[in-house]
Design a protein. Structure first.
Lengths: 190, 179
């Protein structure tokens, strides 16, 4: 679309007046507002668009332990990296020996897989935050927090000098006050 | 386009990647105001037809975005999709008209005594003439580009434009046969 520069030999050139008339035609026109909603609606139904905003709101009470969960996930990730670095720093013989001894590699893999599944489950729970009330979410929250605490304790046992995990544990212990104690728990553990 | 506004490509990337609705709306609002009058003219001024075609155009565009190689501007690409969709609708109508043995003419022109405005005169042109005239004289496409887009010979494009202009002149000023 480069103008009509190489069409100058048209038999019937436009007169100056005609060119002005064409140039004066509006090139833009705002369509009816409802058309945009129609188009967006069709694209949504076809699965080509998903409403990006507003994002699901998280209740203030849940936010605190989500932050703690995120911190614990980071700690889990960091300990995974540390394990990987330790493995990489050893000679093949030492690694084989370590794997043979404690099957450390496969157990690290299990931790990684379980951690990923834990985060996915939390995300699925978070998707319901807009539809369900705090009370409905309580069992899931309780289960997540208990798993988080148990995981943090285990990481603390693995790395007693790790300040990050000690910080996470301190936050979790603080949140496990009397109100959060065993009497009110609804989760059934298998 | 202001400097801080995301480019078409950035917005399109967000639509492809995560179906981002705000990015789509930004693209829609940027390009529909120029797509709408173009489709409206090709369709002879029917707003209902133009709106249906705009909707189909955007659905096809979003579906086709992952395959768009950005060798032309987004606007040109979108206009091409709109043009193809409009021609499909027009072709279907022509077939129906032929089946019903009705004459192939544009919208019924008003009495010649009334001096028409250019927009209405374009709407009254037969479909083939109208498409070439809109592409050439309104949108600024060259004959080779029109030939490529409409899959017709360059000579046919020139001939259609010649007839379209003659018909326009007759409608706009029957006495002088000029605009």
């Amino acid at each position: 679309m480069n103008g009509n520069d190489h069409d100058r030999h048209d038999v019937d050139e436009l007169t100056a007046r005609e060119q002005e008339a064409f140039a004066a035609l509006p090139r833009e026109r705002v369509p009816p507002a409802e058309l945009e909603e129609r188009v967006v609606g069709t694209l949504r139904r076809e699965g080509l668009l998903s409403p990006g905003l507003p994002r699901p709101r998280v209740a203030p009470g849940i936010r605190g332990w989500l932050v703690a969960a995120a911190a614990a996930c980071l700690a889990l990730f960091a300990s995974g990296v540390a394990t990987g670095q330790w493995m990489a720093a050893r000679s093949t013989a030492e690694v084989v020996s370590a794997v043979m001894d404690g099957d450390a590699l496969s157990r690290a893999l299990q931790v990684q897989q379980a951690g990923s599944e834990y985060v996915r489950a939390l995300a699925r729970l978070g998707d319901l935050a807009d539809e369900l009330g705090t009370e409905d979410l309580a069992p899931g929250r309780e289960a997540a927090q208990a798993a988080l605490h148990a995981a943090a304790l285990e990481i603390g046992r693995l790395a007693p000098d790790d300040q990050t995990i000690q910080l996470v544990l301190a936050v979790l212990e603080e949140r496990r006050g009397p109100a959060d104690g065993g009497a009110d728990r609804t989760t059934v553990w298998y | 386009m202001a400097v801080h506004e995301p480019s078409d490509r950035t917005l399109a990337g967000a639509v492809i990647g995560r179906g981002d609705e705000p990015s789509f709306r930004a693209l829609y609002r940027r390009h529909t105001p120029s797509l709408y009058p173009f489709v409206l003219r090709v369709m002879g001024g029917s707003e209902a037809d133009a709106e249906d075609i705009i909707q189909d155009t955007w659905v096809r565009a979003v579906r086709g975005l992952p395959r768009f190689r950005w060798e032309s501007s987004f606007r040109t690409w979108l206009l091409g999709i709109g043009l193809n969709r409009a021609r499909e609708v027009l072709r279907r109508r022509t077939r129906r008209r032929q089946d019903a043995e009705l004459p192939d003419v544009g919208t019924d022109p008003p009495p010649l005594a009334d001096r028409m405005d250019l927009e209405r005169a374009i709407a009254c042109l037969p479909e083939g003439y109208r498409t070439v005239l809109v592409l050439h004289d309104v949108e600024g496409f060259t004959h080779p580009e029109i030939s490529d887009r409409l899959d017709i010979a360059v000579g046919t494009s020139r001939s259609q434009l010649h007839h379209a202009r003659r018909a326009l002149r007759t409608m706009l000023d029957p006495a002088e046969e000029t605009v």
